[in-house]
Design a protein around this ligand. Structure first.
Ligand SMILES: [Zn+2]
Length: 429
């Protein structure tokens, strides 16, 4: 019996040694054969792990042999990969689960990542990218963790000048838009057409509205734009507009009319109104198509060439549009802006002037009353006054004028989306 036990023990020892020997042989000769494809594709270029650890199963997962690897050469610098806004394309190995850390300028973006394709947007900047995660082949298979590192940069987008309609009738407005302008730059424009002020829009965006006044001679004009050290030029064709002619009879003997038409009235007008032509706000308030400020019949069109009491030697241009309506009818702001005048003048009667931004202003004359005060901001549709016949006026009507700087532009064109002002869109971005 004792002998049997000894024999059994000997067999167990021999088998154990043999098994241990086999196990050791297997372990020692194990390779990370079950390791999956571990390269990440970054912008369609393979990126190998900078650090990896793979646990290879031995004896069907009874034990694991760990393989560790550090590969400094795998930490690549891709340099400039494109201009802002760039898209980063990644393809992760199948079964991957981990995180992405995108660092630029001290800001860290942390995102969850899974196997397959992933896309991220990147603004201009210098970036460090680190991807860490695990791949597991499940029960009895290998598992490991991987770290990838690379750096790259995204360049600032190229500044660009966009132009709206470049063939414009007298009275229309030329629209300009600059995009991708670095934050520290304030662009400027120069043209013989008149005032052209850039107002900031969305990120890197600036807008300008350039007048084509009703008296602008038809022909070709140039607008020069400077944005930092970048220079742009664009040509504009001014086409003639067929303005109507009108004979006006005014009873100059009427005492109210003669006061409104007096040298004193014109002196006051010159003192109050033209100085506004020089002013502008560097913020754009208007958005969307302008509404008509009042309901009623257009009794005199914009740009009408007028002869008063048969004086054909001295034609005058009607720089606004007249809207005839019953006394007291509402007058509403056609778009958002800031009230820069609200007072009664001898010639223009109860007068409101609204700055819509960048020097684009609307003028309201002859109203029966004023419903706003200077300095107030108004929204589109807000009541600003009422139809009247104050000042140099022969019946209840609103004289509605729009100007950029000193150049009168057509109010009625601005009621239609086809106006040059809207040819680059109607939102401030
Ligand atoms: Zn008028």
């Amino acid at each position: 019996m004792k002998k049997f036990i000894l024999r059994l023990m000997a067999v167990i020892i021999i088998l154990s040694v043999a098994f241990a020997g086999y196990g050791y042989y297997e372990y020692a000769n194990a390779n990370p054969v079950s390791s999956p494809e571990t390269d990440v594709l970054f912008m369609e270029t393979a990126l190998a792990p900078a650090q990896s650890e793979w646990n290879e199963p031995v004896l069907r997962g009874l034990v694991y042999r760990r393989f560790e690897k550090t590969d400094a050469a795998a930490e690549r610098n891709f340099g400039a990969i494109g201009r802002s806004p760039a898209q980063l394309y990644l393809r992760l190995p199948e079964g991957f689960a981990g995180r992405l850390r995108l660092t630029t300028d001290g800001a860290v973006r942390d995102e969850t990542l899974r196997g397959g394709d992933a896309v991220f947007d990147a603004e201009a900047g210098d970036y460090n990218l680190e991807i860490t995660g695990d791949i597991s082949k499940g029960q009895g298979g290998g598992y490991g963790s991987f770290t990838y590192r690379c750096s790259f940069s995204v360049e600032e987008a190229e500044p660009e000048l966009l132009t709206g309609k470049t063939e414009l009738a007298q009275g229309d407005i030329m629209s300009l838009k600059l995009i991708n302008i670095p934050p520290e730059i304030t662009p400027s424009a120069e043209t013989s057409l008149g005032m052209a002020v850039f107002t900031p829009g969305g990120k890197g965006v600036w807008h300008a509205a350039v007048p084509v006044g009703n008296r602008q001679n038809p022909g070709s004009y140039t607008i020069s734009v400077q944005a930092g050290d970048r220079h742009f030029e664009t040509d504009v064709s001014v086409l003639p507009f067929d303005f109507v002619e009108q004979n006006l009879t005014i009873d100059v003997g009427d005492p109210v009319i003669s006061e409104a038409n007096s040298p004193e009235a014109y002196r006051e007008y010159r003192e109050k109104i033209p100085p506004l032509f020089e002013t502008f706000d560097t913020e754009r308030y208007w958005e969307g198509v302008f509404d008509a400020p009042a309901d009623g019949r257009v009794s005199t069109e914009f740009g009408t060439i007028r002869y008063t009491n048969g004086n054909y030697a001295n034609p005058r241009s009607h720089n606004g549009m007249d809207i005839a309506a019953p006394e007291g009818s509402p007058v509403r702001a056609p778009n958002a802006g800031r009230v820069v005048m609200a007072e009664r003048l001898l010639n223009t009667g109860n007068t409101v002037v609204i700055e819509h931004g960048g020097g684009l202003k609307s003028y309201y004359f002859h109203m029966s009353r004023l419903d706003v005060n200077i300095g107030e901001t108004v929204n589109k549709g807000e009541l600003i006054g009422a139809i009247g016949t104050t000042g140099y006026s022969t019946g209840p009507h609103l004289h509605y004028e729009m100007r950029i700087g000193n150049k009168p532009v057509s109010p009625s064109m601005l009621f239609s989306e086809s106006a040059g002002l809207y040819s680059l869109g109607v939102t401030n971005d």
